[in-house]
Design a protein around this ligand. Structure first.
Ligand SMILES: [Zn+2]
Length: 296
């Protein structure tokens, strides 16, 4: 159920876009144990160079395990004046976590990122936008861990994740945590997070423009992963993925930066700098889902 806070002007979008990056390694077996150099470091630096060239500061949600493997990369992202957020401890979706295990992991990941960056970590993004009705127990865990906001919900029925009934604009969970949901458009019955990832790479311009017209009062932000811009990565079947999905994830990687180039004409600050504005525009959402299992 949604309830308006005392009326505030809706977020002043004016076409401004916050740039976010989910820093993760989608082929961890290629890392030191597998004998190949992981490619995420180079691609993340390429994204840093792109943002710097466009005068944009973004929000980087970083996988905790990757922060352990690449501490200098985390320091560099912070030194180049971007916000550091957490992308969980070991990049598994919340359905694969228990409340107790998630709490321990997220506390360790937050502490590590704060130690490396020298700044408070305020934001969290769940792997694969996996805050859904069955996993919304994670919101209380994030509140206890000291996070100020989450950006982990696809509001509506979605092919991946999805939270039917969640507002398509910033909202406050019952514990006061701010949610900055993924901007979506509707195709058929599906909420499509068209502003990033594979969607940004594959949607034809006419479809993209139609979805863009549906943004309304949604917080306007975009997202990508280091691999989304890696046109030189060799093709391989990804862990836990079929051949077709692996091929889709590999192809069309020249599109992301072209579309980011256009979005960068009207950038918005990182989320941390927008929190007062986003909270003022937020509605209350009571959520619906399962309580955490105290035995877990
Ligand atoms: Zn991720």
């Amino acid at each position: 159920m949604t309830r308006q806070l005392p009326l505030q002007p809706a977020e002043n979008r004016a076409g401004r876009t916050t740039f976010t990056v989910d820093v993760e390694d989608h082929r961890p077996e290629d890392g030191p144990a597998g004998g190949c150099s992981p490619r995420y470091e180079g691609m993340t630096r390429r994204l840093l160079d792109f943002l710097e060239a466009h005068g944009v500061a973004g929000t980087f949600f970083i996988d905790g395990e990757l922060a352990r493997r690449s501490p200098s990369l985390v320091r560099e992202i912070a030194a180049r004046r971007h916000e550091i957020g957490s992308h969980s401890y070991r990049h598994v979706t919340l359905e694969c976590e228990t409340p107790a295990g998630f709490a321990a992991g997220i506390a360790a990941a937050k502490a590590r990122l704060e130690d490396l960056s020298g700044a408070a970590v305020l934001g969290f993004r769940a792997p694969a936008f996996s805050v859904t009705p069955p996993t919304c127990w994670a919101i209380d865990v994030l509140g206890h861990a000291g996070f100020a906001y989450s950006s982990s919900v696809v509001p509506g029925p979605a092919l991946v994740g999805g939270y039917p009934g969640a507002p398509r604009r910033p909202f406050l969970w019952p514990n006061g945590l701010l949610e900055i949901p993924c901007p979506v458009g509707t195709i058929g019955r599906w909420a499509v997070p068209f502003r990033g990832g594979m969607y940004l790479r594959y949607l034809p311009p006419w479809r993209y423009r139609r979805l863009q017209a549906q943004l309304g009062e949604q917080a306007d932000w975009t997202y990508c992963h280091p691999y989304d811009i890696d046109g030189k990565e060799s093709f391989a079947r990804l862990p836990g993925r079929g051949w077709i999905v692996s091929l889709l994830l590999r192809a069309n990687r020249g599109i992301t930066l072209r579309r980011w180039h256009r979005l960068a004409a009207h950038p918005a600050p990182p989320f941390a700098a927008r929190l007062p504005e986003l909270r003022a525009a937020a509605v209350l959402f009571e959520g619906q889902g399962s309580a955490p299992d105290p035995e877990a």
